[in-house]
Design a binder for this molecule. Sequence first.
Ligand code: OGA
Ligand code: MN
Length: 296
Amino acid sequence: MALAIRKLTNNLGAEIDGIDLTGPLDNAIVAELRSALDDYSVLVFREQDFKNQTQIAFSTQFGPLENMLYKREGDGNQPISNITNVDRHTDEIYPTGHSRLTANTGNELWHTDSSFKPVPALCSMLSGREVPPIGADTQFATCRAAYEALLEAEQLELEGLVAEHNYAWSRSQVPGYVPPAETLAQVPPVRHALVRTNPGNGRKNFYTGAHASHIIGWPVEKGRKFLKELVARAAQPEFVYTHKWRQYDFVIWDNRCVLHRATAYESEKYRRVMRRTTVAGTGPTIDESVTLSGVA
Ligand code: OGA
Ligand code: MN
């Protein structure tokens, strides 16, 4: 069966209609979805009435899931995370100034999920359970089309570089947020290749974002500036898709090659309840590039 795929922009994103992901799916369909993710980087589905169990069951068909990094209000160590301003114990919006609301604003930095882990995520899957009537869009920026738009000399400059990704660094950029020491202890800095190659289609991209701190072997400030400049390249309008959520939307994005960020909304007025599953990556990014280019 060929899926009904409609491109959302020239450079990334596709909407796929006429499929219900909440029930059993043939392996052939899952393979088509995986290949569509390789091609389009962001997949949008409407009217997917997921519950946690059905979302986990669907997501697992893409590979093993990551567990949440840390315990937040007692909901840690599960393969599904709550991206929300609603306290699930009281079913009320968190009170003004609550640390969870401050922590949520960290998602407004361009980032790629779990790049602070030694094996970063393959893709994330976000289900819109309750969405505000205005604001709270999610934006996606393709680091593949942005890489392809670089001059050849600029692409060569990136080749072989390694960046340090560090959760403590990225959280230090979130005004007013102090992560628990227990969390920081779980995530020492890691290193990733700056240029990644999609093993399915061979297309390259740069790999940066809020967790990327600096370039190994360069003065720290020079590397920071360089990594930020790459983010700015990807964040140009022609490389961005802005998703306006409807209830029951389900969006899958390829963390290997797109950045994403949340946008602001009136979080003290409107409820927002999202659930995210995250498919684990298959190996370290540096080995990945070594294997693909065939050099030791
Ligand atoms: C995430 C994320 C953005 C949003 O779930 O990883 O960054 O708009 N979400 O909620
Ligand atoms: Mn995220």
